[in-house]
Design a protein around this ligand. Structure first.
Ligand SMILES: Cc1cc2nc3c(=O)[nH]c(=O)nc-3n(C[C@H](O)[C@H](O)[C@H](O)COP(=O)(O)O)c2cc1C
Length: 184
């Protein structure tokens, strides 16, 4: 059955290493007839969460801030799979992705017990470091996040050893990302 996949791309470099992973993943997913929508967060006006706890009143536009998150909320609601794509920035997600993700809290606020909609999730990440210890903090974070959200991990790929735009070319993670996309 065709799945709806939403990619939140937190890389500010629109032709960077993260985008390489996204393209390979998308190729695999589309080969199986899945519907993929990628949001390049860098090109969007998305402000950080205000922590006002005042959202959740309108399902179509749950946050009190009215910015480009309005484009993401309906796609997120309909998505079977959410892909968190980002360069590794200080052993975490980029600010662009963190801001967008925090704003999904407004969706949880639609539920009186703050339950999040059930999703499957994938992480695609590019990083300069290429060791297990370099990847560990972000994998811990990703696993804790999914536990909190109640989401299932379908796979997480960290392409290590890539710094400059273009470094991802020929990286083994590209084949892994395509295979992951095709496996859905
Ligand atoms: C602000 C900043 C923080 C970074 N922090 C890390 C880090 O903690 N660990 C790491 O391995 N690489 C780090 N990097 C390197 C990037 O993850 C790497 O260049 C990646 O390939 C960028 O992906 P992109 O081409 O999609 O922008 C950092 C780069 C920047 C600009």
């Amino acid at each position: 059955m065709s799945k709806k996949i939403v990619i939140l791309n937190g890389s500010p470099r629109l032709n960077g290493n993260t985008k390489g992973l996204i393209e390979a993943f998308t190729k695999g997913a589309e080969s199986q007839g899945h519907n993929v929508k990628c949001f390049d967060l860098q090109t969007m006006n998305i402000r950080g969460c205000l922590g006002c706890f005042g959202g959740g009143k309108d399902k179509a536009s749950p946050c009190v801030q009215k910015d480009d998150m309005i484009k993401i909320y309906p796609e997120y609601a309909a998505a079977d799979i959410v892909v968190l794509a980002s360069p590794m920035y200080y052993w975490g997600f980029s600010g662009q992705l963190k801001c967008a993700f925090d704003r999904l809290f407004a969706v949880a606020e639609c539920d009186k017990f703050y339950r999040n909609p059930k999703k499957d999730c994938i992480m695609l990440m590019a990083s300069e470091g290429d060791s297990k210890s370099n990847a560990e903090p972000v994998i811990n974070y990703y696993e804790s996040l999914l536990k909190h959200m109640g989401w299932k991990d379908l796979g997480h790929i960290i392409a290590g050893g890539v710094m400059k735009i273009g470094d991802i070319k020929g990286h083994k993670a590209l084949a892994e990302a395509e295979k992951l996309g095709a496996s859905l």
